[in-house]
Design a protein around this ligand. Structure first.
Ligand code: AN7
Length: 360
């Protein structure tokens, strides 16, 4: 038996690492690709929907794939300090990998605008957490300037090693399906992940591992949809705090992924996001954070508009495979679940009352 050792060991030949690169890993990756029968049924015959449950990474988001690479390379380059701006998940991941590597970690977050689970992670892993009176875009501008002027490694997705690590999500999907999916739905915030997945698919095709490429379907929250609107959004708004980003760093690369793949980047409203959020939990048994539900909100929006039917072959022997990336765990943002669903009713602790409540 050879135990699983994380994404760097598994996909070493595709990654810029050598024997000299120290392996800073929490055994990230190898996440489930769950068949989604309820969602498949909504789309109808000929469609198979799968959920890539990235919330099951060590810090409960996809960021760990990128962070194992960024922190291993920072360590190889003898860096002592890493820094990031974050809507939450990047900070949680950076803090954990810095702890493992024995590096100092500094994170800038928008004050009052990140989910409780993520904040508690960054703090307990021992990062220096600074809440700024500004939004994510302001925080990113600050850490870019600080890392340019001081010996501190930036671990936002502007760091190319982040993208290298995150592209392994695409490899895993292809390895499991033994082919590329036809479509991939995913949330878009700072746009690093769509950049990474597209790179991964292209590399797998070049290496003969797959012989087609998926159409990349990215979804921004309607109140923070700079790529859809074609201009930066000064004051982005959405309950999906992870993707509350008005000026994405990888804007151009996201557009390239969209255009090269023949896909699209679209917007979904908070109402659509919350509806998908509830469907995922109550029909598929998968609890994700709101930003992650944007991928399924987008899937359902496009399905309703007939997008997939128009483009799908009439040959019934062929199934259309659609993968939705579920980027973060639902427990990251428990407040949202409690705000979305009615709190439990408090009743007397007696048998008769309980039986009456449950309909006996
Ligand atoms: C759950 O943590 O930007 O388009 O600072 O946490 O690659 O930015 C998080 C982004 C989707 C968007 N889903 O990915 C951060 C941060 C979840 C996220 C995204 C994020 P990108």
């Amino acid at each position: 038996m050879s135990a699983y050792k994380g994404i760097i060991e598994t996909y070493r030949q595709y990654l810029p690492v050598s024997d000299k690169t120290p392996l800073i890993s929490l055994q990230e990756g190898n996440t489930p690709l769950l068949p989604a029968p309820y969602l498949s049924g909504l789309l109808g015959a000929g469609f198979e929907v799968y959920l890539k449950y990235e919330g099951l990474n060590p810090t409960c988001s996809f960021k760990d794939r990128g962070m194992t690479m960024a922190v291993s390379k920072a360590k190889e380059e003898s860096s002592k300090v890493i820094i990031c701006a974050s809507t939450g998940n990047t900070s949680a991941s950076a803090a954990a990998y810095a702890a493992k590597a024995g590096l100092k970690c500094i994170v800038l977050i928008p004050a009052g605008a990140i989910a409780m689970g993520k904040l508690s992670q960054a703090l307990i892993y021992g990062a220096k957490v600074l809440a700024i009176k500004g939004n994510f875009d302001d925080a990113l501008d600050l850490v870019k300037e600080i890392s340019a002027k001081h010996p501190i490694t930036l671990v936002n997705s502007l760091n190319p090693y982040r993208i290298e690590g995150q592209k392994t999500g695409a490899f895993e999907i292809c390895d499991t399906l033994e082919a590329a999916p036809d479509y991939q739905c995913m949330p878009v915030g700072n746009a690093g992940n769509i950049t990474a997945y597209w790179k991964g698919y292209k590399e797998y095709k070049k290496n003969g591992k797959i012989n087609s490429l998926p159409k990349m379907l990215g979804f921004q929250a309607a109140g923070s949809a700079p790529i859809v609107k074609g201009r930066p959004i000064k004051e982005p708004k959405t309950i999906a705090t992870a993707i509350k980003i008005g000026n994405p760093a990888s804007w151009k690369q996201a557009e390239a992924a969209r255009d090269e793949s023949g896909g699209l980047i679209n917007a979904v409203t908070d109402t659509e996001i919350l509806s998908a959020y509830k469907i995922l939990a109550s029909k598929e048994g998968v609890f994700v954070e709101p930003a992650s539900a944007a991928s399924v909100a987008g899937l359902l929006k496009l399905a309703k508009a007939g997008y997939f039917n128009k483009l799908t072959t009439n040959d019934q022997r062929l199934t259309t495979k659609i993968v939705c990336i579920l980027t973060g765990h639902g427990l990251k943002d428990p407040d949202r679940a409690l705000k979305t669903i009615k709190p439990p009713k408090t009743i007397k602790a007696d048998l008769k009352t309980v039986l009456k409540e449950i309909g006996y």
